[in-house]
Write a protein that binds this ligand. Structure first.
Ligand SMILES: Cc1ncc(COP(=O)(O)O)c(C=O)c1O
Length: 538
């Protein structure tokens, strides 16, 4: 968080080259997850704050390095801001640019003309925290956060949903202790995490998940507690829960005792579904950094008109929350709440959203028929490429049939995340081993392999491949925690394969992408076969 003059001086002192300065800004205004290792120039999620041409990337379930197109958009926004650095008009310009982003996001998501408000945040996890602030402000305490599919959301979401610090540093750069209570926010707040997998790793059925959610809500209400229900649409591995039927039941049974926030941070839902949720009066947490491949990380909470109108009367800001957010992050219409927050522009967050909006714009500029076709083609092709390799064990589709009326025709009706376990010597590899393979994929491993490998294997080993980081899944046959790696379709997969010259060229581009997936899978096999050489060295 910076004022104009401070930003200018500090950046020029630390980073004399403009591009480096931009990369530095893109990693500011968030938590420690944005930190870049000076040796590799990668963050903990394998992303670089500059375009990373050399990587074959299907990592949108976790995070993706910025594209050239988005980097150019960020550069333009930076120069626009830069003209007012050190001047008083910096904060007005920053506020204007934030409002422009709000308007553009609403247009892109087909929400223009609605009184839905947008709260910006540095990540999806921060958006979960913001949902708690809204629910607590409107309903008071005691309050229970019921979290559906708590085992397949962000690793910090459980803490955020209870009003606890979820990282070692806040977006305003204040060091904190993960898991400790955020002053004024955690009091009177408890959480009820509901896992979507049983202890043996099997999926809980839709009926079981509905039952779990209904019981947790009923129990809380019977005890005189208010409920913030985090609904999953959809999770890291594709789960959606509870069902709409259960949501309808909750609404009619408990009315305003239950506030609902949809965890749509993967942004793998249709605009129709998004609108449907908002029309029900549900908040929706989104990000620009997963399906839409904006640089890590950017989040936002969409607040439906009825809740937004009530928030405009709220003035109390929990003391500890001032360490997280600044005035411009919150809607202009919520003046009383904003007054309780500090001034101070989060330039990094703004620039990351500028990049994400550029990707969203490119995606929605593609004809809808091609968007649907490309994603359908991904959904048909990628599993067939995974299944034919004995070292890779695909996980079944865990998505409940959750489509709204008419959504079936939408591009998001198909599966876009394809998780698979790794098998070595006939057994699923443990989580730590899967993590080592995941790291091996994202670097040149030629120095680690024996000199006897063939020239083709050498080329494969040198290729940088970036996919979604492992998600812990219990394997009952070995009684160990395994790790599911993920290959995912993203908005860029669609916008960068589309050719305005027409389908034939676009389809050739799609084939090029599937060749890249093949390369990634072949490198994964190579890493597994030579795992003995990699173990302990990666
Ligand atoms: C379903 C879901 N919700 C929330 C999050 C947290 O988002 P972020 O990584 O932007 O904090 C994630 C992260 O992977 C996620 O998959």
């Amino acid at each position: 968080m910076v004022d104009g003059g401070g930003l200018s001086r500090e950046l020029e002192r630390r980073t004399p080259r403009p591009a480096t300065r931009l990369a530095h800004l893109l990693t500011s205004g968030g938590d420690a997850r944005l930190s870049v290792d000076p040796a590799t120039r990668l963050n903990g999620y394998g992303c670089r704050p500059e375009p990373r041409h050399e990587a074959l990337s299907f990592a949108s379930s976790t995070a993706t390095s910025i594209s050239v197109r988005a980097f150019v958009a960020v550069q333009a926004a930076y120069w626009r801001l830069g003209r007012s650095l050190g001047e008083r008009r910096f904060s007005r310009l920053f506020g204007d640019m934030t409002e422009e982003l709000r308007a553009e996001i609403k247009t892109l998501l087909s929400l223009e003309g609605s009184d839905t408000e947008i709260v910006f945040s540095p990540s999806g996890t921060d958006a979960a925290l913001h949902a708690l602030i809204v629910a607590r402000s409107l309903c008071g305490t005691p309050l229970v956060s019921v979290i559906a599919a708590s085992d397949e959301t962000g690793s910090g979401t459980n803490d955020a949903a209870q009003g606890r610090h979820f990282n070692s540093v806040t977006a305003r750069g204040v060091p904190v202790v993960k898991g400790e209570r955020i002053a004024g926010l955690a009091d009177g707040v408890a959480s009820a995490p509901l896992r979507c997998r049983n202890a043996d790793g099997t999926l809980r059925t839709d009926a079981e998940m509905d039952d779990d959610v209904l019981c947790a809500v009923a129990r809380a209400v019977a005890q005189g507690q208010r409920v913030l229900l985090y609904v999953m649409d959809h999770s890291k591995l594709g789960r959606r829960c509870p069902t709409r039927a259960a949501l309808g039941e909750i609404r009619s049974a408990y009315g305003s005792s239950v506030v609902v926030a949809i965890d749509a941070c993967q942004m793998r839902l249709s605009r129709d579904a998004l609108k449907w949720y908002l029309d029900q009066g549900f908040m929706v947490a989104i990000t620009g950094s997963k399906f839409f491949t904006g640089p890590p990380f950017s989040g936002a909470l969409l607040v439906p008109p009825a809740l937004a109108a009530r928030m405009s009367l709220v003035a109390d800001v929990p003391a500890g929350f001032r360490q997280y957010a600044a005035r411009d992050d919150w809607p202009a219409a919520w003046g009383r709440f904003r007054n309780g927050l500090a001034d101070g522009a989060n330039v990094g967050q703004l620039l990351r959203w500028v990049a994400a909006v550029e990707e969203m714009r490119s995606y929605f500029a593609v004809p809808s028929a091609y968007r649907a076709r490309a994603l359908r083609s991904f959904a048909a092709t990628v599993p067939s490429l995974i299944v034919e390799r004995p070292e890779l064990q695909p996980l079944p589709d865990s998505r409940a049939p959750f489509a709204a009326d008419g959504e079936r025709e939408d591009e998001m009706a198909v599966r876009t995340i394809f998780p698979f376990l790794l098998r070595r010597s006939g057994k699923a590899m443990a989580l730590a081993e899967a993590t080592a393979v995941y790291r091996a994929l994202n670097r040149d491993i030629t120095p680690l392999l024996p000199p006897t490998i063939s020239i083709d294997e050498y080329r494969l080993a040198a290729q940088i491949c970036h996919i979604g980081q492992p998600v812990a899944v219990f394997d009952s046959t070995t009684s160990t925690m395994t790790g599911a790696l993920r290959i995912s379709a993203s908005s860029r997969f669609v916008s960068e394969t589309w050719s305005s010259r027409g389908y034939p060229e676009s389809l050739v581009n799609l084939d090029r992408e599937f060749d890249r997936v093949l390369t990634i899978l072949s490198k994964t096999q190579l890493a597994i076969r030579h795992f003995g050489h990699l173990q302990g060295r990666i």
